[in-house]
Structures are given as structure tokens and as C-alpha cells.
Ligand binder design. Structure first.
Ligand SMILES: NC(=O)C1=CN([C@@H]2O[C@H](COP(=O)(O)OP(=O)(O)OC[C@H]3O[C@@H](n4cnc5c(N)ncnc54)[C@H](O)[C@@H]3O)[C@@H](O)[C@H]2O)[C@H](O)CC1
Ligand SMILES: [K+]
Length: 511
């Protein structure tokens, strides 16, 4: 699903009005109808709705929603904030329509008025500002938003289109905004929804269709997209009936050190569950028995350098044309000087896209010049701390996203940045956001599982871009299925591995 900028949303609006027999007032009615249905479906009988409206079209949505809720027999009141007399035309039309209905359901709130008393069954709806926000909230609006936020533990707060005060395409880091439990937005995602700094502001996002013109939606190129099932279906390739293990590639996984062989085990298990044809795990001597007994389908190569591997570059032939379709390196590897030297030699020998994670990223962070030598189109999987070590700190999430995208373009790499919506930046400047996964996955070894999954998918012949999108999505879905079966708390990295299979089944089943 595409992420539109506020300008693109306005253009989609205008295009729809121009190319279909629909007026802007009618489009607002559709938006309000969708919000009304969502509110009734979610909260239903026994609740009263208190809708705080601004003077623009977001306020218009709120006024129309109030009227439609009343028409469905619900108690609903609109509080129109009187901070200006410049109401939009569609806002005025909806004020009139509401006045024509039940008396006392449209209340003008003046700057000197106290915040209204709300009954215990209240649902607060925020329709103050949407995409039209252009400056920080102040005066009556700021006071109202502060009041609303102070009530968030008592009443559900539902934002229409955007939590008021939040900018759709820029960082709102230090700004006052509504803190909603749910945000009901129209047709497409907005960048603000996927930024970690806005997690407490947007709550759960629900995208409601309002009939914006298909042509505009499909033909407008966007820099940002949210991965959805449709995209996953386009990427996923079912296995061929006449295939053999050679069809699905041979992966070399370089991982583990004394005390961290578990990272190699988890990665290896995930790689096998991803569907790789053959797997060789390269570990220091102390890992040999462990790998052979816990991951029997994998072969094992042993380094004789002691507690960390220091000769793994020799596992690939000097011209890099060896038997391995994919190399993944990093989980539990260690960062000793000799390990770092071996990594540098590996980069000199192996020129196909590889998967680089954990300690291998830390080596890159310490020896920045090595970034230039990483094979083009490799997959890097840092969490925010590792990212910062490599590319420096950022003032806010949008700045960090720019940094991520710039690095991916500069070094021709696929770099992801882990988070609730993991961002995947491509060498072409696109950024995909992943929408699967949950807080239960914030557990040791979860990243090692992702590395193995990516290696296993890449080895099967998927492109690096498709590997990133499919791998991160499967990882999150496996975590979601695991959490559903055993709770977020009890989910472990091994639990995520166990649910990779069911996650594949969901794609195959829905195809
Ligand atoms: N295609 C769609 O998605 C549709 C969206 N709809 C809704 O319309 C709003 C956008 O409406 P707009 O009138 O352009 O903007 P706002 O209501 O967000 O803001 C109104 C107005 O307020 C002024 N303003 C900006 N910042 C401040 C401030 N801090 N204090 C006071 N005033 C401020 C500025 O002049 C704005 O223009 C969208 O979000 C949807 O909710 C349609 O209803 C259906 C189609
Ligand atoms: K709003």
C-alpha cells in the first residue's frame, strides 16, 4: 500500500472530483460514513460520541460524522472550536446540516469556555485538524488538545485522518498533538503513521476506503510504501514439482563464537526453515558439536582460530566463484581484530550480495572504509543502535529515514532499520515499511533468526529486494503467529523459528 504525502492526498482528492461525478461535499460524506460505520462497529450501543471539530475539512468530517451517528440512533455531540471565523465551505454546509437536525448537538466552544463535562460512556473523536495543519497548535486548540490527552486513560480517543497537530510528512517530534488510541485515515497510509516517535500519538491505524480515483492511486509514484499481502503474493514463488535441493541454493552462514554459538544455531535453523537447499555453518571449534547435534540438516565447517573465527575467508575460493550461492555473516561472530581482518579478506573475495548482521555490522561501524567494499546489493540488517554506529546519530525519525535512504543509495545496498514498522531502503531510493511483528519479538536472538531467514530466501534465487521484503514480512508474521499461540511474553527466538512454516502456509493459502 502506498504512502502518500499530504500534497498527493489533496491531488488525489482534486483528481477524483474532476474525473468522477462526485463533489467535494459528497467525498466528505463518504469519509464520514466510513468513520461512522467504524465507530458503531467498534463501540456500538451504550456509548455517546463527543466530536471535537476544527474549522476546516477535517472539522467537516467530524460534523458530518456527528449527524450520521445521530441518524443511526446514537447520542452524538459536535463541539466546534471557535478560534476563527474562516470555516471551509464544506464545513459550513455540514454545520447547517447538523443544525437542521437535533437541537443542542452542535456546541460552539469559545476560548473562555471550560472544557465540557463528559459522561462516563463517552468516546472522544478528534476532528480538529488533518492534513491541513501548517503551524503549531496554540490558544483554544492547544488547550483543548491538552484536555483531551489528559483524559486518554478514561476515554478512548479516536482521531479522524490524523491526530490533530501531527504533520503527515515531517517530524512532529516536539510538537503538541492529540494522542489517539485509534486513527481512522482515508485510502492510503501517511508517513507519520510509521515513524517510531509517533507510536503513542497514532495508536492503531485503520485505513478506510472513500472511493478516491483508482487511476490516481495506481499511477502516482511514491517514495514510501507499506508492504501488504498483495505485494507478498507478487513476490512469493511456490516450489516447482520437479525441483531438487540444488534448485534452492547453498548458503554459507558464518556465525557464533565462544558463549554465542546459540546465535549460529538460531540463524541456521531459520535458514533451513526458509527453504534453503543446502546449508553450511562456519563456526569456531567450540561450536562443532553443538551445530552437529542441534541442526542436523546443516553441514559444519570449523575454524581453528580459538574462541572466534578468524579464517572464514578461506571458505570461499579466492575468485569468489565457489559453491555458495549466498553468504551470511555476523550473528554472535565477535569483533576481535583478527575476525575483522578475516571479514575484510572475505569482502575482497566474495562479490555477490551477502547478508550482513550483528557483529559484522559492528566491524563495519568501526572500520567505515569497509562499507565501500561490501558487495553491491548486499543486505544489511541493523537495529537502531547498530545503525547509529555506522551512520551517526539523527535528530528525529525523519532525519534518520533520510540517512538510511541516502546510505542505501550511496553504497548500493539494501539496508533495513528494525522497528515496529521495519524500514527497508533500496539503492534506488525507495523505502518499504513492514507491518507484521509485535513487541514479543523484542527478545534475544530474534535478529539472528531474521539473518538466517534472509540468507535462506536469497539462496533460493529471490532478488535482494524481494528477499528483504519477503524475509522481514515472514519474520514478523512468524512472530505474530507465535505470539497468538503462546503470548508475546513467552515468545522466544526459537518460537519464531517454529512459526516460519505456518507463516509460509498463510501466504500459500491466501494465494
Ligand atoms: N481525500 C481525502 O483524504 C479527504 C479528506 N478530507 C478531510 O479534509 C482534511 C483536510 O482538510 P483541510 O481543510 O485542508 O485542512 P484541516 O482541516 O486539517 O485544517 C484546516 C485549516 O486550518 C488552518 N490551520 C492550519 N494549522 C493551524 C493551526 N495550528 N491553528 C489554527 N489553524 C490552523 C489552515 O488554514 C488549514 O487549511 C483531511 O485531513 C480529511 O480529514 C475530506 O473530508 C474528504 C476527502
Ligand atoms: K484529526
Amino acid at each position: 500500500m502506498k504512502i502518500f504525502t499530504a500534497d498527493q492526498v489533496r491531488a488525489a482528492d482534486a483528481y477524483t472530483i474532476e474525473h468522477t461525478p462526485i463533489t467535494s461535499l459528497r467525498l466528505m460524506e463518504k469519509a464520514a460514513t466510513q468513520c461512522t460505520q467504524w465507530l458503531i462497529g467498534r463501540y456500538g450501543a451504550g456509548h455517546s460520541f463527543h466530536i471535537f471539530c476544527g474549522a476546516g475539512n477535517n472539522g467537516g468530517d467530524g460534523l458530518a460524522t456527528t449527524r450520521l451517528l445521530q441518524q443511526h440512533g446514537f447520542e452524538a455531540k459536535a463541539y466546534l472550536l471557535h478560534y476563527t471565523d474562516k470555516f471551509s465551505a464544506d464545513n459550513r454546509a455540514n454545520q447547517a446540516a447538523l443544525r437542521g437536525g437535533e437541537a443542542a448537538s452542535l456546541i460552539m466552544l469559545q476560548p473562555e469556555d471550560a472544557f465540557p463535562e463528559l459522561p462516563t460512556n463517552a468516546i472522544i473523536v478528534d476532528a480538529l485538524f488533518g492534513t491541513g495543519i501548517s503551524r503549531p497548535l496554540e490558544g483554544l486548540v492547544a488547550q483543548t488538545v491538552q484536555h483531551i490527552n489528559a483524559l486518554q486513560d478514561q476515554y478512548p480517543i479516536i482521531a479522524i485522518d490524523l491526530p490533530s497537530g501531527l504533520k503527515a510528512d515531517e517530524s512532529s517530534k516536539d510538537l503538541l498533538t492529540v494522542e489517539a488510541r485509534h486513527t481512522l485515515s482515508f485510502e492510503v497510509y501517511k508517513l507519520a503513521f510509521v515513524l517510531p516517535e509517533n507510536a503513542a500519538r497514532v495508536g492503531e491505524v485503520h485505513i478506510l476506503p472513500i472511493g478516491l480515483h483508482r487511476d490516481y492511486l495506481t499511477q502516482t509514484p511514491t517514495r514510501y510504501q507499506v508492504v501488504d499481502m498483495e505485494m507478498i503474493h507478487r513476490i512469493y514463488k511456490p516450489r516447482l514439482p520437479f525441483s531438487h535441493k540444488g534448485t534452492y541454493g547453498h548458503a554459507l552462514l558464518i556465525a557464533g563464537s565462544y558463549g554465542k554459538i546459540g546465535a549460529a544455531v538460531l540463524s541456521a535453523q531459520a535458514c533451513l526453515h526458509a527453504g534453503v537447499g543446502l546449508l553450511t555453518v562456519y563456526v569456531p571449534e567450540c561450536g562443532y558439536n553443538i551445530i552437529q547435534s542441534t541442526v542436523p540438516p546443516a553441514m559444519c565447517l570449523v575454524d581453528d582460530g580459538g574462541q572466534q573465527s578468524v579464517q572464514f575467508h578461506e571458505a570461499v575460493t579466492a575468485d569468489g566463484q565457489g559453491k555458495y550461492k549466498t553468504v551470511a555473516i555476523g550473528p554472535g561472530l565477535g569483533t576481535s581484530g583478527d575476525t575483522a581482518k578475516a571479514f575484510e579478506k572475505l569482502l575482497q573475495r566474495y562479490h555477490d550480495p551477502m547478508v550482513i548482521d550483528a557483529d559484522a555490522l559492528n566491524i563495519l561501524g568501526a572500520e567505515r572504509y569497509l562499507l565501500e567494499q561490501v558487495p553491491k546489493h548486499s543486505l544489511l540488517t541493523p537495529h537502531p543502535k547498530e545503525f547509529e554506529r555506522m551512520f551517526g546519530p539523527s535528530g528525529n525519525d525523519v532525519e534518520r529515514l533520510e540517512k538510511l535512504s541516502a546510505a542505501a543509495q550511496q553504497y548500493s545496498l539494501y539496508i533495513l532499520l528494525k522497528g515496529r514498522y521495519t524500514a527497508i531502503a533500496t539503492p534506488e531510493g525507495q523505502v518499504y515499511f513492514n507491518n507484521t511483528g509485535n513487541a514479543g519479538m523484542a527478545t534475544g536472538g530474534s535478529g539472528d533468526v531474521l539473518t538466517g531467514l534472509l540468507a535462506g530466501i536469497l539462496a533460493q534465487g529471490y532478488s535482494p529486494e524481494h528477499t528483504m521484503i519477503l524475509g522481514v514480512w515472514l519474520h514478523g508474521l512468524a512472530g505474530d503467529l507465535g505470539a497468538a499461540a503462546m503470548s508475546q511474553e513467552a515468545l522466544t527466538a526459537s518460537g519464531i523459528v517454529r512459526f516460519i512454516g505456518p507463516a509460509y502456509l498463510e501466504i500459500a493459502g491466501a494465494k
